[in-house]
Ligand binder design. Structure first.
Ligand SMILES: Nc1nc2c(c(=O)[nH]1)N[C@H]1C(S)=C(S)[C@@H](COP(=O)(O)O)O[C@H]1N2
Ligand SMILES: [Mo]
Length: 325
């Protein structure tokens, strides 16, 4: 498996995490075939985190006033503090309730303005693409953040397989909507018009940093993190990173997205991480790096494009980022 760590452009391809932390592809597939724990001979997740490497390559070097190192957020925190409104609005709801979602069999329909519309199934997701690890910062619009070692493949690899047509300008994504397995969608307080929807411009979707994850920390994705397939767009606020995807369409019009439909003044289509553009109800200058508590808030300055400006700022040349937030 290829491993890439996009923390600082100067260390963009370094290869620092020990082999033992990762599952190979075969054991990832075995895990998906129903095994609850990872393959024999590999450390358990807690052991893996305990054995985590000295984080020299993950230390943020480009920006001297960034006080904390970009250490990987513990597996426990990544899988217990979640936003997945289909299972409730409390951060602890997804970990408690997402097990009710059936993820195998699973079908992702790919269509719209593509030459070869079709479907992918769980096996295609885990075997049909070259899996690699990406360690990305992840910044929620609510001003908390984490650093996650994802496993998956570039979104561009999937899109290319279906050959987007000339007229394609955007990509639209939809999450599973299965009421009986998703208690949050049955709730009277549910505010979203289901299914959860997101979108990207086609050039953003084709950018090498745009990623589709099937795993994290060397294991298949836990349901609460968006099994079996979720988007990860590390330079955008977390709500763009749609979970448990069942449909992907190439379109010629900008897709409507769930949060924009709900509150367009607060959540834009672009949603690029930007410390200079406040959310109407709070500042975006700083973030709480998880795990964070009142005693140890782990407050770090937020970076333009979440620290990936060098790679992605060119996508937005000439655009007023305060207008297209
Ligand atoms: N389908 C769906 N996808 C979703 C959400 C959601 O509620 N439903 N929440 C989004 C938000 S706001 C964030 S911050 C991230 C959280 O991802 P995580 O729980 O893996 O950290 O998922 C995003 N994707
Ligand atoms: Mo979020």
């Amino acid at each position: 498996m290829k491993k890439r760590i996009y923390t600082d452009p100067t260390i963009a391809s370094s290869d620092i995490t020990p082999e033992a932390v990762f599952l190979n592809r075969r054991s990832l597939i075995q895990a998906s075939a129903g095994a609850m724990s990872i393959a024999a001979g590999l450390p358990s997740i807690s052991a893996a985190s305990a054995e985590s490497p000295p984080l020299q390559a993950l230390t943020f070097r480009a920006d001297a006033d960034r006080s904390l190192a970009d250490e990987q957020t513990p597996y426990e925190a990544v899988t217990s503090y979640n936003n997945f409104y289909e299972f409730g609005t409390d951060k602890s709801d997804p970990a408690r309730h997402a097990h009710a979602m059936t993820t195998d069999p699973w079908t992702v329909k790919v269509g719209g303005l593509v030459e070869e519309p079709g479907e992918l199934h769980v096996e295609d997701l885990l075997r049909g693409f070259d899996l690699e690890e990406r360690i990305y910062r992840f910044r929620c619009v609510e001003a908390w953040s984490m650093v996650v070692p994802w496993i998956g493949f570039p979104l561009s690899a999937l899109l290319q397989r279906f050959s987007p047509r000339e007229e394609g300008r955007f990509v639209e994504f939809k999450t599973l909507y299965r009421k009986r397995e998703m208690r949050g969608t049955r709730s009277f307080t549910s505010i979203i018009d289901w299914p959860y929807r997101e979108g990207l411009r086609l050039d953003e979707a084709m950018h090498p940093l745009a990623f589709l994850a099937v795993g994290l920390y060397g294991k298949t994705l836990p349901n609460q993190n968006g099994a079996p397939l979720r988007l990860v767009v590390p330079w955008k606020y977390g709500f763009k990173s749609i979970k448990s995807i069942v449909e992907i369409n190439v379109t010629d019009k900008q897709p409507r997205t769930s949060w924009q439909m709900l509150q367009p003044r607060e959540y834009g289509f672009y949603a690029n991480v930007n410390p200079d553009v406040d959310h109407p109800r709070w500042s975006q200058r700083f973030e709480r790096r998880l795990p964070s508590s009142i005693f140890n808030p782990n407050r770090v300055p937020t970076l333009p494009f979440n620290g990936y400006a060098e790679q992605v700022a060119g996508l937005y040349e000439g655009m007023d980022l305060a207008q297209f937030y």
